[in-house]
Design a protein around this ligand. Structure first.
Ligand code: WTA
Length: 635
């Protein structure tokens, strides 16, 4: 029996048992049989969650791009690796074969080297969803440079923070980007960011929109001529298993964004293995994940997981609403997509539009539908199942995180019976635990608690760049000897898990994780603002939207309120990006606080969601009188 491709439920249980009874033997077999190594490991796993220190396949050497590219060349040179679907449907799609992708990555790798990049250097990638993004990411991996992809919707400020946090030496960007009918001046955003980034030596710029850009002498270079001159072959760097592969920033509930560090071997093994099973990918299938490569979903399930399996993966530059709300389905029909992976927020947005946008297209190629990023509500689940899957394509509701690197809890399609809103069973090798607030594991079924993972898995993040202590404090101190996810979950009578949402101050808006503290910091910098508190409230399409309670200074009191609201959102756009803008802003005379001065967000959340019946005991507050006032003027 091959454990690599699970095809029925009995097999899942068998393999699962094996993977938890003897994890090392299990992962060793997967790693041995399905990947190419320059040299083998001395030890499969060593771990200590108290330090925390986790090492997989120690002693081995490899290059992930040899697994994603070179090894497929003998059999798949002319197979399509990437289908690039542009923003504008009138522009032709590109089918990039494994042979071509290999060549482009090699050229790019040589360009990096010629421009002074060495193993271990950090490179910031700020690009739209165009093929150069895939080339760049893979080229970094090929030369052993650590890529830090920053979603090209982040502002200059947010970009600068991320560039400086990990001391990037180089930035790779484009002149501009297309998003629907908008053109965004990416290079301009980079230029502003770099005013505060003294460590950046070079900027390589690819042409996409042909917009006017300023090129700074001796710093900025057009990419195309460099690529044209570069050799089309490149020897991949020998990487140690635990060498960093990339850094990807995610929001924490407080402080600056956390640069999660993923390493080479374990990440490769786990993303490839999950991809194969959770999408039941078979040779010849066309797989499409609509995420942006600026997020972990794009890293693991557009680039590394699919390519390690020799799959055909679609890269989509556009948005679901352009030129109309039928775009996703048009692309599914056009490329005969077999596996489609998107986010609940997109499903909800499309479900609001006329059904004709879906019905117009032939979706019969679809075999598997995926969902990721936030809990999928029952209504959206049914709409997806009925109108996109026609009741025939199982929905895989995949729960995981930037920190986990790969999918952790999910059905395996055609294997695990699905239930709406349930991520169902832990994937192979994953040992979840539900914990109570006193730190005890809650056993049994029909229980809920805080979701932890008891045992290491290969693709877990190993640290936070430059701040190992924060890594320990955030994930390994709440519950002894366990990784704490920050999510709540329940386990039903058959052992299925349902994720109930964040239990910390991270709010998921349209699938993007936003920490409340950085947004509050941005608002508080406005000269008219004294203090603020942000909470989430339920939103039809975004899942959650942001509600800000803002206390004004005296100078603010005299100002026009509507203008102030605009300025506050402008302030947030500049500091973080438009994704963090507030839907509602209420000016308040005070914020409910505990006697020790902590803002009672629980009460604000209730007010924001209009649920003011059960505010609980407010008598212990420092300023209970403020609650009524805030409530009476709620928006
Ligand atoms: C949430 C995205 C419910 C969860 C891969 C998690 C989900 C956070 C699901 C991580 C799901 C992700 N059901 N909630 N299927 N998938 N989440 O780091 O709160 O962007 O902790 O990784 O999204 O978001 P991140």
């Amino acid at each position: 029996m091959s454990n690599y491709h699970i095809k029925h439920l009995e097999e899942y249980f068998q393999v699962y048992r094996k993977s938890v009874q003897n994890p090392e033997a299990f992962w060793e077999e997967i790693a041995e049989e399905h990947f190419v190594w320059r040299s083998k490991w001395d030890r499969v796993l060593s771990w200590d969650f108290t330090k925390p220190e986790i090492k997989w396949f120690e002693g081995a050497e490899l290059n992930i791009t040899e697994n994603c590219l070179d090894r497929h060349l003998p059999t798949k040179r002319n197979n399509t690796a990437i289908i690039f679907e542009p923003n504008d449907p009138k522009e032709e799609a590109q089918h990039i074969t494994y042979g071509q992708l290999h060549e482009s990555v090699c050229r790019m790798a040589n360009v990096l080297k010629e421009n002074g990049i060495k193993k271990g250097d950090r490179i910031c990638v700020y690009l739209p969803m165009i093929p150069e993004l895939a080339y760049t990411v893979l080229a970094c991996a090929r030369v052993g440079a650590i890529h830090s992809v920053v979603f090209a919707g982040f502002s200059s400020n947010a970009l600068a923070t991320r560039i400086n946090d990990c001391d990037c030496k180089m930035v790779i960007t484009s002149d501009g980007s297309y998003r629907g009918n908008k053109i965004i001046d990416l290079k301009g955003i980079v230029d502003v960011a770099l005013e505060d980034c003294p460590g950046v030596e070079k900027v390589l710029v690819t042409k996409r929109t042909g917009g006017k850009v300023k090129m700074k002498k001796n710093r900025d270079f057009w990419l195309k001529p460099l690529l044209d001159e570069a050799y089309a072959d490149n020897d991949a760097e020998r990487m140690k298993s635990e060498d960093p592969l990339f850094i990807l920033y995610t929001s924490g509930s407080t402080g600056k964004p956390k640069g999660m560090v993923h390493t080479c071997a374990g990440y490769m093994v786990y993303t490839a293995y999950t991809f194969k099973n959770i999408f039941q990918y078979r040779d010849g299938d066309v797989y499409w994940c609509t995420a942006d490569i600026g997020w972990i979903t794009g890293h693991s399930y557009i680039i590394y997981g699919p390519l390690a399996n020799g799959a055909t993966t679609v890269m989509f530059e556009g948005v679901p609403s352009y030129p109309d709300y039928g775009r996703f389905w048009e692309v599914v029909e056009k490329h005969k997509v077999n596996q489609f992976y998107t986010a609940p927020t997109a499903i909800r947005a499309l479900a609001k539009e006329n059904l004709e946008f879906v019905e117009k297209y032939d979706l019969s190629s679809l075999k598997v539908l995926g969902s990721v990023g936030e809990p999928i509500n029952e209504e959206a689940w049914h709409w997806y199942n009925n109108n996109v899957g026609h009741g025939k394509s199982p929905i895989v509701d995949t729960w995981w995180q930037t920190e986990t690197g790969g999918i952790m809890i999910s059905p395996i399609p055609y294997v695990t019976p699905t239930t709406p809103t349930y991520a169902t069973l832990p994937f192979i090798g994953i040992q979840p635990a539900l914990m109570d607030e006193e730190g005890h594991e809650i056993m049994g079924i029909q229980v809920d608690g805080r979701l932890c993972i008891k045992f290491p898995w290969p693709s877990m993040a190993r640290t936070i760049w430059g701040d190992h202590e924060r890594y320990r404090d955030t994930y390994f101190t709440a519950y002894k000897n366990k990784y704490f996810t920050g999510d709540g979950a329940m386990r039903d009578e058959v052992g299925y898990y349902r994720i109930t949402g964040r239990v910390d101050d991270v709010i998921i808006v349209s699938g993007h994780n936003l920490g409340t503290a950085p947004i509050e910091d941005a608002i508080n910098e406005h000269p008219a603002v004294a203090e603020s508190a942000i909470v989430g409230f339920p939103h039809d399409i975004k899942g959650n939207a942001l509600y800000g309670f803002v206390i004004l200074k005296e100078i603010g009191e005299a100002r026009d309120r509507e203008n102030l609201k605009k300025e506050i959102n402008q302030q947030i756009t500049e500091h973080i990006g438009p994704i963090a803008k507030l839907d509602k802003i209420q000016f308040v005379p005070g914020l409910p606080k505990t006697r020790s001065g902590k803002i009672m967000r629980r009460i604000l959340r209730k007010i924001a969601s209009g649920d003011t019946e059960n505010l609980g005991d407010i008598s212990t507050l420092l300023n209970p009188e403020v609650v009524k006032e805030v409530m009476d003027n709620a928006l």
